[in-house]
Design a protein around this ligand. Structure first.
Ligand code: CUA
Length: 357
């Protein structure tokens, strides 16, 4: 290939990469803009380890360059054999001790942070103060998230709502395959496992940073789980404690109130089939095996359709018409072709009316 063409291709590739990677710098998703205690700790560790690595690279490079220049073969000395040296106690001790020191500098704060991040004692206390220590049960599914607030008997899906400036504790598990719960700007990630091995951890959401991020953090599944793994997103609404309390109160009593005649038609269609999997009240006392689809109790308040599309009627209709084209491999897919356009319009009106705010 012509050299200029190769150069041009490399240049284009780097330009596109710079453009795409720059998009990761948003405060609602960037791990490099920590928005809470956990993220701060993880960020400091990243900085520390990067600094140590850069230091090692620098020192090694400088020594390397010095040696190459200082001991290179000079003109007229082609046959000269330099003094032969074998073994040096001094040098061997130096290059053994320095890495040990570097490892200690890395290990002490890392181990300390690991124990701090794993401190979930407050959530497991017998008589935990439920007003102050919030516990959320996270259940990951192909390809949606369920968030249960066990102290309040409330369930929501796709949009996690949390109070800011306090530690929120999570029980993590999965109902089908292994997923991983990650809110890049706030901390994580941690695997959600199937069966017994439930993971627990805590996160803290900073009020100021939440405001900077527009009140919403982006969450991701961070474990390859199937064709729509990259689309298994959720959103986190981080709000002050009293606002959170108000939301929980509204959720506890939320029931569909349908007045619009088209929405009423939608409700009838919904109650004939969809209701078998989806609940429309945030209070859902069925066992979790029966909760095979996202709770739609506050669907109208959601940030996204299916976790990824902008929240509007048009996108909801697209989703209802052909879910497979939006999220390959999801379990809604068997509705494809079963709904007429009128039915989809009616369902859309109904679903969008499910609000607590
Ligand atoms: Cu769930 Cu990746």
């Amino acid at each position: 290939m012509k050299k200029w063409l190769l150069n041009w291709r490399l240049f284009s590739l780097f330009s596109v990469m710079a453009l795409v990677l720059a998009g990761c710098g948003e405060p609602f998703i960037s791990a490099l803009q920590p928005a809470g205690e956990v993220a701060d700790m993880q960020y400091s560790l990243m900085l520390l380890s990067t600094a140590i690595m850069v230091l090692v690279i620098l020192v090694v490079t400088i020594i390397f360059v010095y040696v190459v220049i200082r001991f290179r073969q000079r003109k007229g000395e082609e046959n000269k054999i330099p003094k032969q040296v074998e073994g040096s106690h001094k040098l061997e001790i130096i290059w053994t001790v320095i890495p040990i020191i570097l490892l200690i500098i890395l290990a002490v704060p890392t181990v300390k942070a690991t124990f701090e991040l794993a401190d979930v004692k407050p959530m497991n206390k017998e008589n935990r103060d439920k007003e102050k220590t919030l516990v959320v049960n996270v259940r990951a599914n192909l390809y949606w998230w369920e968030f249960e607030y066990p102290d309040y008997g409330v369930i929501t899906s796709q949009d996690l709502v949390v109070p800011t400036d306090e530690r929120v504790y999570f029980n993590l598990k999965a109902s089908d395959v292994k997923h991983s719960f990650w809110i890049p700007a706030v901390g994580g990630k941690m695997d959600t496992n199937v069966e017994e091995s439930k993971n627990q951890f805590w996160l803290e959401f900073d009020q100021e940073d939440a405001e900077k991020a527009g009140g919403i953090f982006y969450g991701k599944c961070a474990e390859l789980c199937g064709p729509s793994h990259a689309l298994m997103d959720f959103k986190v609404k981080a709000v002050p404690r009293d606002e959170f309390n108000q939301w929980i109160e509204k959720m506890k009593n939320a029931k569909p109130v349908v007045t619009d005649p088209v929405a009423k038609e939608g409700e009838a269609i919904f109650n004939k089939s969809c209701i078998g999997c989806h609940a429309v009240t945030p209070v859902d006392n069925r066992p979790e095996q029966a909760r095979t689809a996202p709770n739609l109790g506050n669907f109208g308040d959601r940030e996204r359709i299916a976790g990824i599309l902008e929240h509007n009627e048009e996108n909801l209709k697209k989703w209802l018409k052909d879910p497979e084209s939006i999220k390959p491999g999801n379990t809604m897919t068997n509705t494809y072709g079963k709904l007429t356009d009128e039915q989809i319009d009616a369902l859309t009106k109904y679903l969008m009316s499910l609000k607590v705010e």
